[in-house]
Design a protein around this ligand. Structure first.
Ligand code: PLP
Length: 254
């Protein structure tokens, strides 16, 4: 068997396993949570276009990248453009002002999950006019720094209603769809529910109360390979899973 068909089997296996785990986690979810079926964003960073195409052909539509250059390159890849016509890209990394145009011009951009300041919201709102089709708004999430770690991006939890209000009032080209967090890695769930996920759910409550929004219309993007099932049990509506689908990435260089 060639290496390529081996990879294909692995990706399909990874994808099916994750989808089955998502379904099982939904059934364990507390009944008082909004019963929104979670969306799987397959995080394809560092992985080549060929593997994205395999996952797409296996039925996956939402993909996530955390570097603008990498997302733009993959979104413009001729093979992906030809074979993945309904691909939906999620940007899940830190967005620098000088990369906004490159990101917004990427074909298939579906959502920017990492809006974390009024200035960034204003910039994206303004630039989107150049790229939108049929006056469609750009879906965005507000990124919250739930763990208080300095190295993590995102707005303070207590500031989230204010930023969401700003988007709703002052950014007519943006469609606010929810809140996103990364949270601390390797949290030990034997100690109880992950406090980052609880904090994000609490932020949603506050945002909805203060701004009079229906909680069923405000998403929570939380959970990665190591903890997406736990995140779904606590109400995640978007999970971002990379290595469980595409295989482990090489460790980051220190
Ligand atoms: C890499 C990444 C993920 C996915 O991580 P895995 O552990 O591979 O599932 C999710 N969210 C963000 C923001 C990421 O950068």
């Amino acid at each position: 068997m060639s290496a390529e068909s081996n990879q294909e089997i692995d990706i399909m296996h990874g994808l099916k396993t994750v989808l089955a785990q998502i379904e099982a986690a939904v059934s364990r979810r507390s009944k008082d949570l909004p019963q929104v079926a979670p969306r799987l964003v397959a995080v394809s960073k560092i992985k080549p276009a060929a593997l994205i195409i395999q996952a797409y052909e296996g039925g996956q539509r939402h993909f996530g990248e955390n570097y603008v250059n990498e997302l733009a390159e993959k979104a413009c890849d001729p093979q992906i453009l030809e074979k993945c016509k309904e691909i939906k890209w999620h940007f899940i990394g830190h967005l620098q002002t000088n990369k906004i145009n490159k990101l917004l011009g990427s074909p298939g951009l579906f959502m920017v999950e990492t809006i974390d300041s009024e200035k960034l919201a204003d910039n994206v709102n303004k630039q989107w006019v150049k790229y939108r089709k049929d006056e469609e708004k750009l879906k965005i999430m507000v990124q919250v720094n739930t763990s208080g770690e300095e190295a993590k991006n995102g707005i303070e939890p207590s500031e989230s209603p204010k930023l969401v209000e700003h988007v709703l009032k002052n950014c007519p080209n943006l469609d606010f769809v929810g809140l996103m967090t990364i949270g601390q890695y390797d949290y030990d769930t034997s100690k109880g529910p992950n406090p980052d996920f609880l904090t994000l759910a609490k932020c949603r409550q506050e945002v909805c109360q203060k701004l009079n929004l229906d909680i069923n219309n405000v998403e929570l993007s939380m959970g990665m390979s190591c903890d997406f099932e736990h995140a779904i049990e606590l109400g995640a509506t978007t999970v971002r899973v990379g290595s469980n689908i595409f295989g482990a990435r090489p460790p980051k260089k220190a």
